[in-house]
Design a protein around this ligand. Sequence first.
Ligand SMILES: Cc1cc2nc3c(=O)[nH]c(=O)nc-3n(C[C@H](O)[C@H](O)[C@H](O)COP(=O)(O)OP(=O)(O)OC[C@H]3O[C@@H](n4cnc5c(N)ncnc54)[C@H](O)[C@@H]3O)c2cc1C
Length: 583
Amino acid sequence: MSPWLSLSTGIRAWSRAVGPHLRSPRINVWRMTTPRLYSTNISGHNANSHEDKNASGGFGKAPLVIAASVASGSLGYFLSERNAKRNSSLNVPDSPTFGSPNDFKSAINELQASLATESVSTDPEDLRHHGFSDNDYHPTLLHSVVVYPQSTEDVVKIVKIATKYRMPVIPYSGATSLEGHFRGHSVGGICVDLNHMDKVLEIHQDDSDLVCQPGAQWMDINNMLKKKGIPLFFPIDPGPGATIGGMLSTGCSGTNAVRYGTAKGEWFLNAASLFIFVLPSGEVIKTRSRSRKSAAGFDITKLFIGAEGTLGIVTEVTIRLAPVLATSVAVVQFPDVKSATAASMEVINQGLGIQCVELLDGISMKATNNYGMSTRKWPEKDSLFFKFQGPSAASLKDTAKAVERIVAKHGGTGFSFARTEKEAEDLWMDRKNVYWSALSLIEGCKGMATDVCVPVSKLPELVHQTKKDLEDVGIISSIVGHVGDGNFHALLLFKTDEELAIAQKAASRIVHRAIAMDGTCTGEHGVGIGKKKYLVEELGQGTVDLMKTVKRAIDPLGLFNPGKLYPESNPPTSKSHSATSTN
Ligand SMILES: Cc1cc2nc3c(=O)[nH]c(=O)nc-3n(C[C@H](O)[C@H](O)[C@H](O)COP(=O)(O)OP(=O)(O)OC[C@H]3O[C@@H](n4cnc5c(N)ncnc54)[C@H](O)[C@@H]3O)c2cc1C
């Protein structure tokens, strides 16, 4: 068992023993196993300022805490009421009419009466952990209450209460999303933490699929299949700790996308998927059957992939699995990003057995040397990390030979092919450690991750322009690309608030540049709060309006994860946010 998963299991057992109100077990996994990210992230300073120093926490003081959390939403409520009156019908979801602070108090009382005692928490520490994230730089916004459903029936009860009292509902699971996706709303709301719905319900080995609850983590699923000796795995690989519900809702992907596609692709997740959704009306629907193919109408499943919790709550999912094949790893250096990209395009277009192609620029390789965890000293040049896959060791060697020939044509040097499984793991670990390696470049720095995607042929130009821009403004950055997909992340390093402001402006310029190249503001992390301002520029007003029309049809009261994904016509004033935000 990997250290990630053994920790995860232990922490979950602990969490169940002490009660769900203490903290989400997933968050604990993330923080405990990535101490560098946790200890260096700027968002940490938000959190304490929210704590109610007088509240002792726990359910014994619940009525007091409920009053405080409801009161904190009052200002936002009155402002939202005012905005709602100004809106045209098209803008209904932008500023819906939420219930009053007293309504929210009644909703919390009703939640406490309807669910198990330990499933409803207004503990300030719990609210704090669910209203901010170590992984991004968006302002903290607290929820009024956190609920921990155990079943679809619990979710239905929660949604019905939210609807009755017009209270925002924010689904929450792995909490690894990077764009403020699960922040609270300025009026407050119900955070639905799905981490206790994490069971695998059915495994259909012959059909290569599996039915699970939304809180199941992709890494746990793969570990469980391996332990059971089932030679299948789920190949969508975003951040460690991500769950199936959150992955589906962000439309995520990862290093394996070049071979298996993304959560939005036909190959996996939705091709043979059956999702059970609780809609804002409290109605439970299945989007399709478990059969591998279906031509029965248009694809409702897809509507929910990437909806970021704004259309309903996923309570059950069928995911498609892929056969586990032999893999190995090779690394090669190039004179520049352009030749590395050209080599990767030729390799992919040959149809060779490639599972991943990752670009690490010269600065990332320097950082890898600097970090000191690698088994070797790398040339500090733009490099490609290949993961090969095939039915046998011999097929991997054949692929390696073919790739070595192709990369040499593009100026590739120092081709290192792992001869053993251990060597392959060591090489790949250097790719996996790249975030923490980059942070070692400047002592005490923090890192802001960007995420854009362009047609692969445009990637060298985008990287070139970005590097020049960052040099001009004096920001040190490492660049990592899922080069096979044209998706790249620059990790912008900074120490001071002034540098953060410069980095944020540079990140915005990267997005505009990518969109101008027929690319997207987000290849895989999703929109959340952070990217919604780019949606019209990327998709056009008509497409964004159509999204809003769909949202309005499914969620006419605008209760589901309000303020995320859809660009507002009347953005909330900063004053309305100040009710519960800190930075
Ligand atoms: C170190 C690190 C590396 C990462 N690498 C990648 C990567 O390579 N590729 C990538 O795509 N992403 C990556 N991410 C981002 C993140 O892992 C993904 O966005 C992931 O899909 C989020 O899943 P989650 O379970 O953490 O969801 P959360 O963060 O809990 O939620 C995400 C969104 O989904 C909604 N939601 C959650 N559960 C449900 C549900 N049951 N029903 C309806 N809505 C729901 C929430 O309201 C929210 O809007 C990385 C993150 C980190 C920290």
